[in-house]
Design a protein around this ligand. Structure first.
Ligand SMILES: Cc1cc2nc3c(=O)[nH]c(=O)nc-3n(C[C@H](O)[C@H](O)[C@H](O)COP(=O)(O)OP(=O)(O)OC[C@H]3O[C@@H](n4cnc5c(N)ncnc54)[C@H](O)[C@@H]3O)c2cc1C
Length: 486
């Protein structure tokens, strides 16, 4: 068993899954050959086939139908939302997922008793695009909100120099707070897609601490800094988080509760969800999509094919020769967002008042989240979890990790005394934070339309049209796709 360093994007799913704890990561996974039991799990959970193994993979049962009304490629949250809505409308839906688990970057893997997210940690709660979509398709989840936990703010602010504020209004003068609110409220009526967040807010006030905090908020929500994050998008995020208010929540049991609820809707309406089924090709006849071919060679027919595996894989599965040059050019021109998370388990809680901390002015870390402050069941009894988010500034993941750990030790001086586990997770290359960033020139409606240039073939997920905080933009594209198909 060996890691192909060139293909390892650093996500850490192998490390989280290895029952022998034989895998470590400093940004790239490495396998301790003495501890490895050759169980064959790590090659299966690698999204990028970066683990080279001589163990033959077991061929799963061929228990799928020869044809469906709709096939969905990939069981990320976008694919499952689409499948749930279409199954509920009576369409015969089959979802085909490459990995041995569903949810993609929106679920958890159990590791030493901690439910470690594969990327996302919250849906924002019932008053979010995701929350409202779940309600619409009758996908039932339970929430724990800020209000339930007696919190009166969404986030507090801590600078590396030790200054700490319970909220933005507590940090700003009355005059600056008013100017900032004015900027946000007026911005709702303006077309600000071409203005960067920094440019726009600086029209209203000049305050370095505020700009650093706005940068931390924008980067935590999207991985993009305020010089590249369009003001229009920042305003959507502040509007959506204001709408969530103290109903800002986590789902009980982690984000996988959302994935399980969506899967239940699909299967209870006769749909099928298959794991370990990689799609190798979208089948075309006379320029129209007619189905898919699986990696094992089986072909499955469908009236409609929906792709949820990212634009890069979309181009590969369709074949660049089958796509119009202008579409290919726009796909190739998309700016991917590389970022990383550090998951920490601790013996003492590092955040106690509010579950989110914005950390402006650090070297790398922009936001820290404590999922256990919402729901203690996502860690072993007596343990606590922190999810640390950082955008990346270089390809040297080991150096990025060192800088982030330096930030964390400054922000939490007792970190080394209370640390119980640490997992670095990088989202780069073929498994980015988002293949299509919410950057200037590719935001909102400028992102890819769910309707592809090929009839009967659609695209959902984090690359399709939408605005909002991270994964909360995905339902916007899914809803548009559902309109096309209705
Ligand atoms: C560090 C980090 C933190 C984040 N935090 C949050 C958060 O708190 N809240 C939030 O809402 N969002 C968050 N996000 C964003 C969120 O994780 C993503 O936007 C979302 O999970 C993307 O979902 P998706 O449906 O587009 O696809 P993905 O999750 O990428 O799923 C695509 C699926 O398709 C499968 N697939 C690909 N190719 C094939 C193939 N050929 N055959 C079969 N299957 C295939 C993949 O295996 C995968 O399971 C975060 C992202 C990162 C990186």
């Amino acid at each position: 068993m060996e890691v192909d360093r060139d293909n390892c994007t650093g996500c850490g799913y192998c490390l989280l899954t290895c029952p022998a704890e034989a895998i470590e990561s400093d940004g790239w996974a490495s396998i301790d050959q003495e501890r490895c039991t050759m169980c064959g799990l790590c090659p299966a959970v690698c999204p990028n086939d970066a683990i080279l193994s001589e163990i033959p993979r077991q061929e799963p049962r061929r228990d799928y139908e020869p044809e469906y009304d709709v096939v969905v490629i990939g069981a990320g949250i976008g694919g499952l939302m689409t499948a749930a809505a279409l199954a509920k409308k009576g369409r015969r839906v089959g979802v085909f997922e490459k990995l041995p688990f569903i949810g993609g970057r929106y679920t958890e893997i159990d590791y030493r008793g901690y439910a470690v997210t594969t990327a996302a940690w919250t849906s924002l709660g019932p008053k979010s695009n995701i929350g409202e979509f779940l309600e619409k398709v009758d996908a039932h989840v339970d929430y724990v909100s800020l209000r339930d936990k007696g919190c009166d703010q969404q986030f507090s602010i801590r600078f590396k120099d030790g200054r700490e504020f319970s909220s933005l209004p507590a940090m700003l003068s009355r005059q600056d707070w008013r100017a900032y609110v004015r900027a946000l409220v007026r911005g709702r009526k303006l077309d600000l897609r071409d203005a960067s967040t920094r440019e726009y807010i600086e029209e209203y006030l000049s305050n370095d601490d505020l700009m650093a905090t706005v940068n931390a908020v924008a980067a935590t929500a999207s991985g993009v800094d305020i010089d590249h994050f369009p003001a229009s998008e920042f305003i959507v995020i502040t509007r959506d988080t204001a709408r969530a208010g103290l109903d800002f929540s986590c789902t009980v049991g982690g984000v996988r509760a959302i994935i399980q609820a969506l899967e239940k809707v699909v299967t209870s309406h006769g749909g099928q969800v298959f794991t370990c089924r990689e799609v190798s090709q979208v089948l075309l006849e006379e320029g129209k999509a007619t189905g898919i071919r699986l990696k094992n060679g089986d072909c499955i027919e469908a009236e409609t094919v929906v792709h949820n595996g990212g634009i890069g894989r979309f181009v590969k599965l369709v074949g660049p020769q089958n796509l119009p040059a202008d579409y290919l050019a726009s796909a190739e021109g998309l700016v991917p967002v590389d970022c990383a998370a550090i998951i920490l388990g601790t013996t003492e809680p590092l955040l106690t008042e509010v579950p989110m901390l914005m950390t402006p002015g650090t070297d790398r870390v922009v936001g820290v989240i404590a999922p256990t402050l919402f729901d203690s069941s996502v860690a072993p009894p007596g343990r606590h979890m922190l999810d640390v988010f950082l955008p990346l500034s270089s390809d040297d993941r080991t150096h990025e990790l060192e800088l982030a750990m330096g930030d964390l030790r400054a922000l939490f001086p007792n970190l080394d005394d209370v640390q119980d586990m640490m997992v670095p997770m990088f989202f780069t290359g073929a498994w980015t934070g988002a293949e299509t960033g919410q950057t200037l020139g590719q935001v909102g409606d400028l992102r890819l339309d769910p309707k592809s240039p090929i009839p009967n073939l659609y695209l959902v997920g984090m690359d399709a049209v939408g605005s909002g905080a991270a994964g909360d933009l995905i339902p916007v594209g899914v809803r548009r796709l559902l309109d096309y198909l209705s």
